[in-house]
Ligand binder design. Structure first.
Ligand SMILES: Cc1cc2nc3c(=O)[nH]c(=O)nc-3n(C[C@H](O)[C@H](O)[C@H](O)COP(=O)(O)OP(=O)(O)OC[C@H]3O[C@@H](n4cnc5c(N)ncnc54)[C@H](O)[C@@H]3O)c2cc1C
Length: 433
């Protein structure tokens, strides 16, 4: 029987190297983020990316034939836990969302020509990309409602629509856009995916939407979420990814592993907040004692440790299931970790911030930034409510309502059955009595 929670020593060495590399080389970037532009950021990344490539850890999410490492989800998960500690880390390892998901889409659905034109340079870090699906006018939680249209014209398409929250749109060289190709088809067969070069006429980027993470106007930087009008963009037939109507099918294949990576990154972030909380408890004095001696603080530390461990084991188990049995088998596990992981992330950061008081609320600590950043986890990648609904529905399929309208565990009913089952013994008791 195989039941093993250990990491093989050779891979653990890579993880050790990553922990130090991310802490020493990546975390410092956070403190100068607002003093530099994208060009300077790219310059900082260049030697770091080179070191990651030399170490054999570049683009680890893809199979070797596509220039990746073919590690599988468990190893990737362990890597993402370290990368998640800093918003800037994934980019140094060639697995920055949405580039990582887009490279998976191109790998799954791209023709050899599309792979050569878009995937190869994306993997080499020569191009940047974005994924453009969400629209302000309709619920992103129900993407079958999108309105962006790609209408056939001659042998190509004309694309028109309005998107927002296209992450990295303003720095992308190309965008993968989800658009309706057949409004009469069944909901999940209406949309298709297109590769759209960012510089073709009609791709009109309006702004990077100010948000909790970046509250002030912020344009053309990694991590911007762009509002875009696609206005009669003419596309050749070579822009279509996969077949018409396969947009949702392709995006599902990409989303399931992507969620495991998100959850592991959230755990890395939660761990960073947890470390700050523990450190604070050791030196801050209140009412003649240290915070570490207050029971509430001890509860926060113990609860956070338990919740992070539960989320970590759930996430690694989902990753293992994906590696062993494929993404369909892991779907419910992935929904569980999506909403549970998002809550753990939020709660741990919240406690850490609380324990820092005014310092935690100030920008002298990264906690306020982590708190603002973490908030989106509860509604992106499927709102928590949607995942809970899906989990409950799947679980309830395994149950039936009792035909007699009484609960299966109803004691009077069970007692009657037990009396028949144990009649001999009960008869003897009454005779003896
Ligand atoms: C940081 C960030 C990055 C993003 N990056 C991208 C990107 O790169 N590309 C892209 O296309 N989009 C991106 N998005 C958009 C994201 O995918 C959407 O915000 C998300 O899908 C939710 O859609 P919505 O905002 O339209 O909210 P809505 O769909 O309107 O949902 C709002 C709320 O309604 C509730 N709700 C929804 N469904 C149910 C239900 N079934 N039961 C009960 N309650 C429900 C939930 O509370 C939910 O939070 C990003 C968003 C953020 C914040």
């Amino acid at each position: 029987m195989a039941w093993d929670f250990s990491t093989d020593p050779e891979f653990e060495e890579h993880l050790e190297w990553m922990r130090e590399f991310v802490r020493e080389e990546i975390w410092p970037i956070e403190t100068i983020e607002h003093d530099i532009g994208q060009a300077e950021l790219d310059r900082i990344y260049e030697p770091l990316q080179q070191r990651v490539k030399e170490r054999g850890l570049w683009a680890a999410h893809l199979p070797p034939e596509l220039g990746g490492q073919g590690f599988g989800q468990v190893k990737l998960g362990l890597m993402h836990e370290i990368l998640g500690t800093s918003f800037f880390a994934s980019n140094a390892f060639g697995c920055q969302a949405p580039d990582s998901g887009n490279s998976e889409i191109l790998a799954i659905a791209g023709t050899p020509e599309q792979k050569e034109r878009w995937l190869r340079p994306l993997l080499a870090g020569e191009l940047k990309s974005a994924f453009s699906m969400t629209e302000p006018e309709v619920a992103g939680s129900d993407p079958t409602r999108i309105r962006t249209r790609a209408v056939r014209d001659d042998d190509g398409y004309v694309l028109s629509g309005h998107k927002w929250f296209t992450s990295n749109g303003s720095i992308a060289d190309f965008l993968i856009v989800m658009a309706v190709t057949d409004p009469e088809a069944r909901p999940h067969e209406r949309a298709s995916m297109f590769v759209v070069p960012a510089d073709v006429p009609g791709v009109n980027m309006v702004r990077d939407v100010p948000n909790m993470e970046h509250p002030y106007p912020h344009w053309g930087m990694l991590g911007g979420h762009t509002e875009i009008y696609y206005e009669n963009v003419r596309l050749g037939p070579d822009a279509l990814l996969g077949k018409e109507g396969e947009g949702f099918l392709i995006s599902q294949q990409r989303l399931v592993p992507g969620r495991i990576h998100h959850c592991m990154r959230w755990l890395g972030l939660a761990r960073r907040a947890f470390d700050m909380m523990c450190e604070r408890s050791l030196y801050r004095e209140v009412r003649g004692g240290l915070l570490r001696d207050k029971q509430t603080v001890q509860n926060w530390i113990a609860d956070s440790a338990a919740e992070m461990q539960a989320a970590r084991l759930m996430t690694l188990q989902a990753a293992w299931k994906m590696d062993e049995y494929g993404s369909s088998a892991a779907r419910m596990d992935v929904s569980l970790i999506k909403f549970y992981g998002a809550k753990v992330l939020h709660d741990v950061i919240d406690r850490a911030l609380q324990l820092h008081g005014g310092l935690g609320y100030s920008t002298d600590m990264p906690l306020e930034m982590l708190y603002r950043y973490a908030r989106h986890a509860r509604f992106v990648d499927g709102a928590d409510e949607v995942h809970r609904e899906s989990v409950a529905r799947q679980i309830l399929r395994g149950y039936e309502a009792p035909e007699d309208g009484l609960p299966s565990e109803y004691v009077p009913k069970r007692r009657e059955a037990a009396k028949l089952k144990f009649a001999d013994v009960l008869d003897a008791v009454s005779v003896e009595g």
